[in-house]
Design a protein around this ligand. Structure first.
Ligand SMILES: Nc1ncnc2c1ncn2[C@@H]1O[C@H](COP(=O)(O)OP(=O)(O)OP(=O)(O)O)[C@@H](O)[C@H]1O
Ligand SMILES: [Mg+2]
Length: 421
């Protein structure tokens, strides 16, 4: 059996794989990849489908002028029982098949690095895939299936924030009550743990977990909110038409459908096409509606969301940014200040996360001032209003952060002793 073990953090936006050498208990390498898949249009009808993963997927997708099937946020379909699969050029892909593509890609890179076929893995999972236990179960089963399909034989699961806690624990000197906040693209997960570096080799750490919980709100929701507030008015939201004597606004649902990548991605295009034609006519062929038609016809969803994410990331550093997008006749140049971002745009989402965290501590009967450190990880932990409320709540000095994008994968690999010893 190989002396190596992998820790895989399959994330909504980014996935990571850490290689751990069990003889030294050290991480020897960590790989990162965006959780994206691109299937180019097949040249021959019956030829096996080609696909690309991560950055390569983006490059190929852009080079083919957005022709083909491009998939993002695949983790989000894991708990959807109704999602039995998607047809990609006549081949059906179930949720686990899509996840397997990403896991296989990471595994191949790592196997090549260690020059062995590694079959033991600690897979991460969020504290909540979904609030409904049944859906949560489905999600984990699909993730297990995906790992098996990718060639793993011994598969263990660990909560993502617990993994992050183990990474932080290695940097500590004494005993601490630590709140780990893993704020990612899809979920915000919290774990309160009693950490102590001397306990690292213990096989069972259950007793040290004071509590854990999570909420299905993350950075992707912020992108959706930016799209809703700053994007949809450029795509016809607010336009009206006459229905006999009444003035009716275009249906809200229509625009909710373009507020997230995956909704756009799995959109029924024939139904949408008919609706687009109808409403274009009814609203009097307005320029903003032309933008919506251009967005859908030219498959510009990914590019728009790239610009939105850029603007959001910019607001982690600057107090004002511009959401710029120009393509196929669409011209958007919207300033966004940190003020309106924090309040109007993502205010509700931030309050949901904050309220969740306060209730979480309350239920555990833990006062924020008794928490020794808060270890923040995940890309969304860099968002300013998130940092503001956490430092207001716990005090700036208790906030610690490590490597926002590798803490989970590293911790998953470190936690191998809990499962494979
Ligand atoms: N500098 C930044 N400022 C604000 N947000 C950021 C920054 N960098 C990345 N993000 C956001 O962080 C999110 C991705 O974080 P991360 O990679 O931790 O998520 P993930 O692990 O893929 O998701 P999850 O853990 O929820 O499955 C995205 O929404 C991304 O836009
Ligand atoms: Mg994550």
């Amino acid at each position: 059996m190989s002396r190596f073990i992998y820790g895989i953090d399959f994330g909504t936006t980014n996935s990571g794989l850490s290689i751990l050498d069990t003889t030294t208990n050290e991480i020897v390498k960590t790989f990162n990849e965006s959780s994206l898949i691109f299937f180019p249009e097949p040249k021959l009808q019956h030829a096996p489908l080609a696909y690309y993963v991560g950055e390569e997927a983006v490059n190929r997708y852009v080079a083919s002028h957005m022709k083909g099937r491009f998939m993002k946020s695949i983790k989000r379909v894991l708990p959807r029982q109704g999602f039995t699969g998607t047809i990609v050029y006549n081949k059906k892909y179930k949720a686990e098949d899509l996840v397997c593509i990403i896991l296989k890609h990471l595994k191949a890179k790592a196997d090549e690095f260690v020059k062995e076929t590694v079959t033991r893995v600690v897979m991460g999972r969020p504290v909540v895939f979904d609030e409904h236990p049944e859906k949560d179960q489905v999600a984990q089963e699909r993730l297990l299936k995906a790992a098996q399909l990718a060639g793993f034989e011994e598969i263990a699961f660990q909560m993502e924030p617990i993994a992050a806690a183990f990474t932080y624990e290695r940097t500590m000197t004494g005993e601490e009550l630590v709140l780990v906040a893993d704020l990612g693209g899809g979920t915000s997960d919290f774990t309160l743990m009693q950490l102590c570096p001397t306990k690292q080799k213990l096989a069972n750490r259950e007793a040290d977990i004071v509590g854990q919980g999570g909420i299905y709100v993350g950075g992707d929701n912020f992108d959706s909110s930016i799209m809703w507030e700053k994007g949809t008015p450029h795509f016809g939201r607010g336009l009206t038409y006459k229905d006999f004597d009444t003035t009716v606004e275009l249906p809200r649902s229509f625009f909710l459908n373009i507020t997230s990548w995956e909704k756009m991605n799995f959109f029924n295009s024939i139904r949408l096409q008919n609706a687009l034609d109808k409403f274009d006519y009814l609203t009097g062929r307005k320029p903003t509606f032309k933008n919506l038609i251009a967005l859908v016809r030219n498959n510009l969803g990914y590019a728009v969301f790239q610009s939105i994410e850029q603007a959001k990331i910019g607001l982690s550093r600057a107090d004002e940014v511009h959401f710029n997008f120009e393509s196929n006749g669409i011209e958007i140049n919207e300033p966004i200040t940190i003020e309106e971002f924090s309040k109007q745009i993502i205010g509700e989402d931030v309050v949901r996360i904050q309220t969740y965290l306060l209730d979480f501590l309350d239920e555990l009967k833990v006062k924020p001032e008794t928490v020794d450190a808060i270890f923040m990880t995940g890309g969304t932990s860099l968002v300013k209003p998130i940092r503001t409320f956490t430092s207001d709540l716990f005090g700036a000095t208790t906030i610690k952060s490590g490597d926002n994008f590798n803490s989970v994968a590293n911790g998953l690999a470190y936690s191998w002793v809990l499962f494979f010893n």
